[in-house]
Design a protein around this ligand. Structure first.
Ligand code: UD1
Ligand code: CA
Length: 461
């Protein structure tokens, strides 16, 4: 790991509710492509190896904290009332006032910023010796963003949409809401920010004009519009998701994965896929999933937090969650592989089969209409159509064990706890409540009776 940059501190604003989301949950906890907005911003921030990362929390502060509790090296400050972005940053004074160097301010709702852009921001900021450097972008539709007003080419001030004159509203250069600040003049200047605007909030953007008046240099770096997309509404959340998805799909295709239709393929950011795997339209591969090489994932499959080996086929409309599918296995169509399940090498799980907390050994098959729960199946076992493990007695779950080479006839119930021994057979239609010894036939069904002439007698009576 590269050394920590002892002169670099990061602050992330995450105290707002995000009224336009129309949600009870804080905006930064909304998820996009498998990750909360805040988690994504934190990941980018960490990549800069700053000396500290401070998250300003407020609305749902405890939930926000808890959501990122697993990360170390974070500190939190509380903004009791959301009085504006300048007020939010001012809350970090107790933890940053004794530090020196640069503060990079990130917004918890601007998730697409890249590490490279932030590095560029820090480099420009440091080499120019500016008091503040603003990230801006030229966009087609500036509506809703703060506008960057330039005078003789230099940034003179930033005006918010609501406070802008008609002329200022025509400006296409927007404030990305991301800045680098020199620490030294910062907190003193923040105290000079008033709330004389339509929202009555303390705008961080006012700092630009204040620095100008104090003859402190303000610089700007322009970036591509996508990087500073902010999420203020559900529509923008979806737009950001689409940008991320396209980028992810392009990376995967560049690494040798075939994606038949990227527009309808949904792959979360942290998903890993090996070369020569083919992904068909409508597939959804969610966070925490790894897929090996030369696999085929057919349409309308959802894979969540699962490990998939090489040369695995997952047929249409299957759901795989919290499971491990070993190389060469075949799943579906219409299979449901639930958590804590392992499907062994070359094994087959066919249509309308549900597995839960179950190990299906190598080369074993459950090809049709089966439920296996809390079951350990050995290798080369054939589980016939319609087999059901009765694993639940209404209070507790019990285990079924089916040893190597066993054959379970169709439409059998295995009433757990129960064990079918090695190479044993279970006759079709059996209700097996006692263990079947190795090599034995277990059969438990009433004998058939044929009553000759019965139909004719019935019809004539
Ligand atoms: C802000 C900028 C705007 C910029 C845009 C870019 C201001 C006044 N405006 O507007 O110029 O174009 O971002 O996306 O800064 N927050 C707090 N405490 C508060 C208020 C906000 O922590 O009291 C946090 C929010 O949770 C959010 C971030 O600050 O993460 C930005 O606030 P938001 O209200 O979304 O600002 P915008 O209107 O988008
Ligand atoms: Ca915003």
């Amino acid at each position: 790991m590269p050394d920590t940059d002892s002169e670099l501190h990061i602050v992330i604003l995450a105290a707002g509710l995000g009224r336009r989301m129309k949600s009870v949950r804080p905006k930064v906890l909304h998820r996009v492509n498998g990750q909360s907005l805040l988690a994504r911003v934190l990941e980018t921030a960490s990549a800069l190896n700053p000396a500290s990362i401070t998250v300003v929390v407020g609305h749902g502060g405890d939930d926000v904290r808890a959501s990122v509790a697993a990360r170390d090296n974070l500190q939190f400050v509380r903004q009791e009332q959301q009085l504006g972005t300048a007020h939010a940053l001012a809350q970090t004074e107790p933890v940053l006032a004794t530090r020196s160097g640069t503060v990079v301010l990130l917004s918890g709702d601007v998730p697409l910023l890249t590490v490279a852009t932030l590095q560029h921001l820090v480099a420009v900021h440091r080499s120019s010796g500016a008091a503040a450097t603003v990230v801006t972008a030229l966009v087609q539709q500036p509506y809703g963003y703060g506008r960057v007003v330039r005078l003789h080419d230099r940034v003179a001030k930033i005006v918010e949409e609501r406070d802008a004159s008609p002329e200022e509203r025509r400006i296409h250069e927007i404030n990305g809401g991301i800045y680098a600040f020199a620490l030294e003049p910062l907190f003193d200047a923040l105290r000079a920010v008033g709330a004389d605007n339509t929202q009555g909030e303390h705008y961080l953007t006012d700092l630009v004009a204040i620095y100008r008046r104090r003859n402190l240099a303000v610089e700007a770096v322009q970036v591509v519009p996508d990087e500073v997309r902010g999420v203020n509404s559900r529509t923008e959340l979806a737009e950001v998701g689409a940008v991320m998805r396209q980028k992810k799909n392009e990376e995967l295709m560049a690494s040798g994965v075939t994606i038949v239709d990227p527009a309808t393929t949904y792959i979360d950011d942290d998903v890993v896929i090996g070369p020569d795997t083919v992904i068909h339209p409508g597939a959804v591969l969610e966070a925490g999933t790894r897929v090996g090489s030369a696999c085929e994932i057919h349409s309308w499959v959802r894979v969540h937090r699962s490990e998939v080996g090489d040369r695995v086929t997952i047929h249409n409309c299957s759901v795989v969650s919290g499971a491990r599918i070993d190389s060469g296995a075949s799943i579906g169509p219409f299979a449901h592989i639930r958590p804590d399940t392992t499907v062994g090498e070359g094994a087959k799980v066919g249509n309308f089969v549900e597995l839960k907390n179950t190990t299906l050994g190598p080369a074993s098959k459950a090809s049709h209409l089966t439920y296996l729960g809390d079951t350990v199946v050995g290798s080369r076992v054939n589980v016939g159509a319609g087999t059901i493990t009765c694993n639940y007695d209404g209070e507790q779950k019990h285990q079924t064990v089916i040893e190597d080479g066993a054959f379970i006839g169709s439409d059998s119930q295995l009433i757990a706890p129960v064990r079918v021994g090695k190479d044993a057979y279970v006759g079709a239609g059996s209700s097996i409540a006692e263990d079947v010894p190795p090599g034995a036939l277990g059969i438990a069904r009433s004998r058939q009776q044929n009553i000759e002439g019965w139909v004719k007698r019935r019809k004539s009576s």
